[in-house]
Design a protein around this ligand. Structure first.
Ligand code: ATP
Length: 336
């Protein structure tokens, strides 16, 4: 059965104005999200994941940001929407779960009021119906005593409970698309697993499509159906979770996987990707943007203007450099 296409991002560029000049933070992004599917967007800090999510949510300050391309959501280009049209979609049809549950909640308002607020805006339910729905939502996100929690303030809850409340707010209007930006980063490991299970459960119950933003490949393996790996503002590899974990191709994907702690490995020396994600002003203008971090691979192995290549149905990789990539011997690594 083919799944319904919810989001179709086409050739999306997003640039920020810094000291009077525009610098691209995401470049030529092509991405699709289908209903009933979790797409993980993965990459180190600074790769452009949140910039992309904010572009979809329409959260960028237009006076400092230039956005080009198209973002089709349920067939309509969001970039052509005015504020009023966007407000109808945001919160109702597209929900967002933020990284830091404490700063995303209003410290001065009771939990119930924060959940019903989003319904005030997007639904015509009576106050009684909204209160009832708030309790149902708290139950759906696994809160044991919804009545008590509804009356509490954010500081009275644990980090995991607060994240559950954030999720309840994000799904209050049953959005078709949910964007979860590092939803478990601020939580400890056992709570992380519970929140990921909850996100998967919600996806199944609501038949939504989910974009899960994370730098943690363990989270991706646990949760995602499809994966897009981002480096320095570009997607460098896309595929199903099996394709990415079993046949990773791009040197960046392979490096990320190799730097992931292995529970069952006897070798406790972790691979470290040398160097850093370049700042927007330092992005290489030609060649593969990851090339400076794998200097033992000759320049001739990289395309001058790398494009995405289809290697298998659903599996794409940027640049042909993957064909010549290998991990350095210790000696080559030390030379960097
Ligand atoms: N408002 C802004 N003005 C200027 N530069 C920005 C702005 N927001 C983000 N950037 C830059 O854009 C690049 C991408 O940042 P972004 O936050 O999207 O990355 P990320 O992959 O989501 O990282 P993180 O996981 O740390 O949020 C970075 O170089 C960042 O410094």
């Amino acid at each position: 059965m083919t799944k319904e296409l919810l989001l179709d991002v086409k050739d999306l560029n997003t640039s920020f104005r810094i000291e009077g000049k525009y610098y691209q933070a995401v470049s030529k992004i092509n991405l699709q999200v289908k209903r009933d599917e979790i797409l993980a967007l993965v990459g180190e800090s600074g790769c452009g994941k949140s910039t992309l999510a904010s572009a979809v949510m329409g959260l960028h300050d237009p006076s400092m940001t230039r956005i080009e391309g198209q973002i089709f959501f349920e067939g309509q280009d969001l970039l052509k929407f005015n504020d009023e049209q966007y407000n109808k979609v945001r919160g109702a049809k597209i929900g967002m779960i933020f990284q830091d549950p404490l700063s995303a909640l209003n410290p001065l308002k009771k939990i119930k009021d924060q959940i019903t607020e989003v319904m005030d805006y997007h639904t015509k339910l009576s106050s009684e119906e909204k209160n009832q729905r708030a309790l149902e939502l708290l139950q759906q996100v696994g809160i044991d005593n919804p009545k008590r929690t509804a009356k509490q303030f954010p500081h009275e809850l644990s980090g995991g409970m607060r994240q559950r409340v954030i999720i309840a707010i994000a799904i209050a209007c049953k959005p078709d698309l949910l964007i979860a930006d590092e939803p478990t980063t601020a939580l400890d490991v056992t709570i992380q697993a519970q929140i990921l299970d909850l996100i998967k459960k919600i996806q199944r119950e609501n038949h939504s499509g989910i974009i899960l933003i994370t730098h943690d490949l363990g989270v991706v393996a646990e949760t995602a159906d499809e994966v897009a790996v981002m480096y320095a503002g570009q997607i460098v590899e896309k595929g199903t979770v099996e394709q990415i974990f079993e046949h990773p191709l791009h040197p960046y994907t392979r490096s990320l996987l190799k730097s992931m702690p292995q529970v069952d490995s006897e070798n406790d020396e972790l691979y470290v990707i040398s160097g850093n994600v370049p700042s927007l002003q330092e992005l290489p203008q030609i060649g593969d943007r990851f090339a400076p971090r794998i200097p033992w691979i000759p320049a001739s192995a990289h395309e001058k203007h790398p494009i995405m290549h289809q290697v298998e149905e659903g599996h794409q990789v940027r640049c042909t450099c993957y064909q010549n990539f290998y991990f350095p011997s210790k000696k080559e690594g030390e030379l960097q």
